[in-house]
Write a protein that binds this ligand. Structure first.
Ligand code: G1P
Ligand code: ZN
Length: 543
């Protein structure tokens, strides 16, 4: 016999308003009533009675136990059925796909993305809508509000469900279907990409290194790359998901995926390298001896997507977040398709994808994806690159070289200043915003400022407006600086400075991005008086 307990609690306002989920230190999540309060707030807002949800996470510390709590609460709140990944594992894009494939009422994803995991690291929970995408601001605001008023939650008094094997269970009145986390996702990838062509490329000796960073994509990468596409065993490294990601920082960028970078720039580099993050939605791709910046990757994917069967009819449009370089815009112009510039965060792409205005989307923060799901998708991007390489039979360096020769090159870099005292970061941004009107016409580092503003976005589909999405300074020569504070950090404030400079020809500037951007970097420090406000003269992370 199972019984529903109604537990008295008190409000613990948890969620930063405006963010797409709740992300906190793991001990906070494990604290009394904390997870329960947030989960009850989700169910109170979206309703659970009679509904079907998807549940899974990136396998980080507390993932398994949190899943059991969420299942007991779903049952107590009257949910009809929950599809849960075996071992409570689902990559974020695979969860998005399962929500859509099974036409469910949404899903709960347990992840703190690329943030480290472990008893003293980060944990997170977010709700995705029936379209498979992160809940929009109105819904997350309502959940936040609910966490400030909640007085009780419901939980079933029952033992854990066996999530270790695929099959059907009952939890009270609720059905729990434990599903293979990889199978449906892999099948979707087979419909989009030319698997025989990629298989033939591997059979012909093409070598790849896939670094799953001890995070969730390991089982997906082994099944798809090694088992289905015939990449040699051992192509995928760090392929077993670990609760603490092996102590690594599962963020695929040159800093945190240094081992991959070293191999790709070393003497026995394979043809292609890739990495993905904690929950599998981010990707980094590297050629032999050449790094592909995420902004360039988006542009190359947009220009070549028609080479993959799933995109053979062409793209409807390309969308990028505002801080992402304009490289993809040049491709959209050449193709004569729509181009969109959205605020930072994947949720802003959802309406464009749902409305059929954009097919491919991307962010400078190693996120790329398409209308096949409603999240960014690391392995998707890696497979599209493989498809393009298989069809064009050129190296990554050759493909990038031809791309720059045709479209020009948007040199690009992001400088992050981490764990700044919040008050200082806020004061810097306030001063910068206050100075915007006086900037146009000013000369800095030999460049003239053309415009300066605070990015505001009007959603072309539903008309909703998002203000203050980042300060943009545009120069007469097309160079650009963007300043914004991170919305995902968990310690102090993180200032992100995005730097861009355009060279029309293939050899217009120094080939090293940091060297090519040197005057823009100096201008960025002067315009915002970064050192004066924050005491920092150099960034912590450069991507
Ligand atoms: C960061 C990235 C952003 C991405 C988000 C979630 O957000 O910059 O592009 O959508 O993580 O992966 P930020 O910390 O800058 O607010
Ligand atoms: Zn992620």
């Amino acid at each position: 016999m199972t019984q529903i307990a109604t537990v008295a609690t008190q409000p613990i306002p948890g969620q930063k308003p405006g963010t797409s989920g709740l992300r906190k230190k793991t001990p906070v999540f494990m604290g009394r009533h904390y997870l329960e309060n947030f989960v009850q707030s989700i169910f109170d807002v979206v309703g659970a009675a009679g509904k079907t949800f998807v549940l899974g996470g990136d396998g980080r510390y507390f993932n398994d136990r949190a899943a059991q709590v969420i299942l007991r609460m779903a049952a107590a709140n009257g949910a009809a059925r929950v599809l849960v990944g075996q071992g409570a594992i689902l990559s974020t894009p695979a969860a998005s796909h399962l929500i859509r494939l099974n036409k469910t009422d949404g899903g709960i994803i347990m992840s703190a993305s690329h943030n480290p995991g472990g008893p003293n690291e980060d944990f997170g929970v977010k709700f995705n809508m029936p379209n498979g995408g992160p809940a929009p601001e109105g819904v997350t605001e309502a959940m936040y509000k609910r966490t400030t008023e909640i007085t009780e939650y419901k939980v079933l008094e029952a033992q854990d469900v066996d999530l270790s094997r695929v099959g059907r269970h009952r939890l009270g009145e609720m059905i729990v279907d434990v599903v293979d986390p990889v199978a449906d996702y892999a099948a979707l990838m087979e419909t989009l990409f030319d698997f025989p062509a990629i298989r033939a490329m591997f059979a012909g000796g093409f070598r790849m290194r896939m670094d799953s960073m001890c995070a969730v994509t390991g089982p997906y990468a082994v099944e798809i790359l090694e088992n289905r596409l015939g990449a040699p065993k051992g192509t995928c490294v760090n392929a077993a998901p670990l609760p603490d990601f092996g102590g690594l920082h599962p963020d695929p960028n040159p800093t945190w995926a240094k081992a991959l970078m070293d191999e790709m720039f070393g003497p026995s580099a394979p043809d292609f390298g890739a990495a993905s993050d904690g929950d599998g939605d981010r990707n980094m791709v590297v050629g032999r001896g050449i790094y592909v910046s995420p902004s360039d990757s988006l542009a190359v994917l947009a220009a070549n997507a028609h080479l993959a069967p799933g995109y053979a009819k062409g793209l409807k449009g390309v969308a990028r977040s505002m801080p992402t370089s304009a490289a993809a815009d040049r491709v959209a112009d050449a193709l004569g398709i729509g181009k969109y510039e959205t605020p930072t965060g994947w949720k802003f792409f959802g309406n464009l994808l749902d409305a059929g205005r954009a097919t491919i989307c991307g962010e400078e923060s190693f996120g790329t994806g398409s209308d096949h799901v409603r999240e960014k998708d690391g392995l998707w991007a890696i497979l599209l690159w493989l498809n393009i390489l298989a069809v064009r039979r050129q190296s990554v360096a050759e493909i990038l070289g031809e791309h720059w020769a045709k479209y020009g090159r948007n040199y690009y870099s992001r400088h992050d200043f981490e764990a700044i005292e919040t008050a200082k970061a806020d004061a810097m941004m306030a001063a910068l915003r206050g100075s915007l009107a006086g900037l146009p016409g000013r000369q800095v580092e030999g460049m003239t400022i053309r415009t300066a503003d605070d990015f505001a976005y009007t959603d072309p589909v539903d008309g909703s407006v998002s203000q203050k999405q980042g300060v943009r300074v545009l120069f007469e020569d097309g160079s650009r600086i963007v300043y914004r504070l991170s919305g995902t950090g968990t310690e102090g404030a993180t200032l992100r400075v995005y730097l861009e400079r355009y060279a029309p020809g293939p050899d217009g500037l120094d080939h090293d991005a940091q060297a090519a951007l040197a005057p823009v970097i100096r201008a960025a420090h002067r315009i915002a008086a970064i050192a004066e406000h924050t005491g920092r003269s150099a960034p912590d992370v450069v991507t």
